[in-house]
Design a protein around this ligand. Structure first.
Ligand code: 5AD
Ligand code: SF4
Length: 477
């Protein structure tokens, strides 16, 4: 297959933070594509973070606007797009595996169009591999050009070539793009894009561009529309939401945004993800003052050892992290705190790992995503010497998870016999005739009921059992 390379990724370009104005692009459909997908079906595989889930909702919107219809069967769709994640090696392995399956399907049905999007194509080595070894892929696009989807698909159909457009720039802000949201009661709301933190292990600043905030007017307008449409809960999204507004004119911060969003009438507000250094007093006060801001926070710590934190370029110490947590608990005493932790950062010693265990014991997290460090080509940590064996890293992860799992259980036990409010998501996988949803503290709760009209509603549930991964309760009449 011939290649049409409109733009190729460059880690060097992606690393740069040029002092340029970030353009806001107002999406408008080019009329010549309006029937592009008529009579055709599509399927999007979504991997990785909530940011990717939100991006997929936009891609669905763009595709359906030009006539494509959503399919439930990827292997029998006319267009399949993988919206990919590059955060760790194992995320990528899964994606190469799915591509392997699609290769066979494409041989049987050469008319099928296969596209790869999201973070993986932003990596030079991944796009190189796609060009060299995945000739059946028709479309390669990155994180910065969802808005070009119709023209790129049209180009792929017309040329029968592999069309590659991966842009390594600061990025822009896309407004007014159509969106097909997965849920009718919970919505993702992007408030900013990109990341400028450059933690030494992380590929995200290279794949997602510079930190750039949406105008508060656009965010507030979106949330007001969601309230009108009956949405109950929003989750504000960004790689580092606490840096919201730093790139805009004026003094408007994330805390200010929370106070303003609280007035829109939305019942529940959550946000993810936070950087401990940027979590400020105003945000913590907003968590105390705003009824709609849920008493729950995901605050990634990554490590409990000051030397490792320094080598990770996290820009805070163990002590500073704990001080912020203490202040937060003064203001919101029952807050449920969760975190992210990496074990096996290059040359992490046993003693350094034990400092992480100590932090976990001291802070009382009620959950955590825990990871073994994964080397990402192009990041500073990738060239740090590492003599710790894989077996040792796995042992550390298992040991850490024992404490983390105990934290999950304790976090559920504290609600035993209490009445909590649950936003009902739908049928539970935990048993017939059961529904499930989440409490304000983001605790998954199952309860007996066949009344699916409760989906999307807030109901009262009395907790009768606390397990490690969920709670069980009885619906209060
Ligand atoms: N290896 C392991 N975990 C990573 N994360 C980010 N980059 C890496 C990596 N190279 C984790 C961090 C981050 C979460 C989203 O993923 O804990 O908070
Ligand atoms: Fe990656 Fe650090 Fe940015 Fe989070 S804050 S996306 S871990 S660089």
């Amino acid at each position: 297959m011939k290649n049409i390379k409109l733009a190729m990724p460059s880690l060097k370009e992606a690393r740069m933070r040029k002092n340029v104005n970030i353009p806001t692009i107002r999406y408008a459909l080019d009329e010549k594509y309006k029937n592009l997908g008529l009579g055709k079906t599509y399927y999007i595989f979504t991997y990785g973070c909530q940011g990717n889930e939100a991006d997929s909702e936009v891609m669905c919107g763009i595709l359906e606007q030009v006539g494509f219809q959503k399919s439930t069967d990827p292997m029998n769709s006319d267009l399949v797009i993988l919206n990919t994640c590059a955060i760790r090696e194992n995320a990528e392995q899964r994606i190469w595996g799915v591509l392997g399956q699609l290769k066979g399907r494409k041989r049987e049905n050469p008319e099928m169009l296969v596209g790869i999007a999201g973070c993986m194509p932003q990596e030079e080595n991944a796009t190189q591999k796609i060009l060299e070894s995945y000739s059946f892929i028709d479309l390669v696009i990155g994180t910065h050009n969802k808005n070009h989807l119709p023209q790129l698909i049209a180009e792929a159909y017309a040329s029968k070539a592999k069309v590659v457009e991966v842009i390594s720039s600061e990025g822009d802000i896309l407004e007014d793009a159509p969106k097909i949201r997965e849920s009718k009661h919970k919505a993702w709301v992007n408030i900013m894009y990109g990341c400028d933190e450059f933690c030494t292990y992380c590929i995200v600043p290279y794949t997602r561009g510079r930190e750039r905030s949406r105008a508060k007017e656009d965010i507030l307008a979106e949330v007001k529309e969601l309230v009108k449409a009956g949405y109950v809960e929003i989750t504000l999204l960004g790689q580092n939401v606490n840096a919201y507004g730093k790139d805009l004119e004026g003094e408007y911060t994330f805390g200010d945004l929370l106070y303003d969003l609280d007035k829109t009438g939305i019942k529940r507000i959550r946000y993810t993800t936070s950087h401990p250094r940027d979590l400020d007093e105003k945000t913590m006060l907003a968590m105390r003052d705003c009824k709609s801001v849920m008493p729950q926070l995901h605050l990634p710590v990554q490590s409990g050892d000051n030397e490792i934190l320094k080598r990770m370029n996290r820009k805070y110490t163990y002590e500073e992290y704990v001080t912020k947590v203490e202040r937060l608990r003064e203001l919101v005493p029952d807050i449920a705190l969760t975190t992210d932790i990496i074990v096996g950062f290059p040359n992490e010693t046993r003693a350094q790992f034990e400092n992480t265990l100590n932090l976990v014991k001291n802070v009382n997290f009620e959950g955590a995503f825990t990871f073994i460090y994964s080397k990402r080509e192009g990041t500073p940590a990738a060239s740090m010497p590492d003599t710790i064996s894989e077996a040792e890293k796995h042992e550390r992860l298992t040991e850490l998870n024992q404490y983390i799992n105990a934290g999950y259980l304790k976090g559920h036990q504290r609600f035993l016999h209490q009445i909590v409010e649950v936003l009902v998501d739908g049928p539970s996988k935990n048993g017939e005739d059961m529904l499930c949803g989440y409490t304000p503290h983001l605790k998954l709760t199952h309860f007996k009921s066949q009344d699916t009209s409760l989906v999307g509603k807030l109901v009262k549930v009395k907790i009768t059992e606390a397990k490690t991964w969920f709670m069980i309760g009885e619906l209060c009449e």
